[in-house]
Design a protein around this ligand. Sequence first.
Ligand code: NAD
Length: 256
Amino acid sequence: MLKGKTALVTGSTSGIGLGIAKALAKQGANIVLNGFGDHAGPQAEIAALGAQVVYHGADMSKPAEIEAMVKFAEEKFGRVDILVNNAGIQHVARVENFPVERWDAIIAINLSSAFHASRAVLPAMQKANWGRIINVASVHGLVGSAEKSAYVAAKHGIVGLTKVTALENATSGVTCNAICPGWVLTPLVQKQVDAKAAALGLSNDEATKLLLGEKEPSMQFTTPEELGDLAVFLCSATGNNIRGVAWNMDGGWAAQ
Ligand code: NAD
């Protein structure tokens, strides 16, 4: 379905980004991977699906590096047709204790990076009259949780950016939507399970059940594969008139 299209997925060396990149690769898209840590392994996994895949190590907190990554993608494949703004980090502390440097980093990586990547890819999408921008927000783009001020502010912000981007392109073939996962068991969340286990003297299983039980009625993690399938759906022809939505896949979290 996506043969000949190119998808740039930020923060795709791990977790949700990697799951989405693999789902798009299975549909035949060329993939531009991005993120820190090992990238050879994820790159090989995607190549094994038969997709063309390249890697760019842009730091998503640096606008000039984001622009360079989009140029690199255009040089390799001609155009970015699908942009998935996924890179993100977390830090947990009350507002009065929140390190200023962590606030700035979360706003830069979880919110401003999506603006910088979107403004870089939009002109070519508009010229082609086809494009998909998918912002990986969070259920925290819809509701708050204590001790996550920067994350919740950034995720509410990216839901707002999604609506405006969708509206500005509403009469064209360029759509923009947000995906709002509840808990997904990735390194970002395992750190929060580990912190709970250490603070309360619990096993990994006990801490996991506690974490799910506090927020997610289904008591199940959403998986990167399920999120990948949702991204594929948004890229399909059926997604043509889905514009500006914040689509939660959260086990009922926001329904409470
Ligand atoms: P993860 O830690 O597994 O992956 C994060 C990715 O972002 C990695 O590839 C990492 O290298 C990359 N990254 C981090 N800082 C970067 C930077 N400065 N420049 C470039 N890349 C950078 O986390 P994840 O859980 O897969 O999270 C992915 C996205 O999904 C985030 O935006 C997160 O907020 C969102 N999300 C996660 C959950 C969850 O439960 N895991 C729930 C809702 C939303």
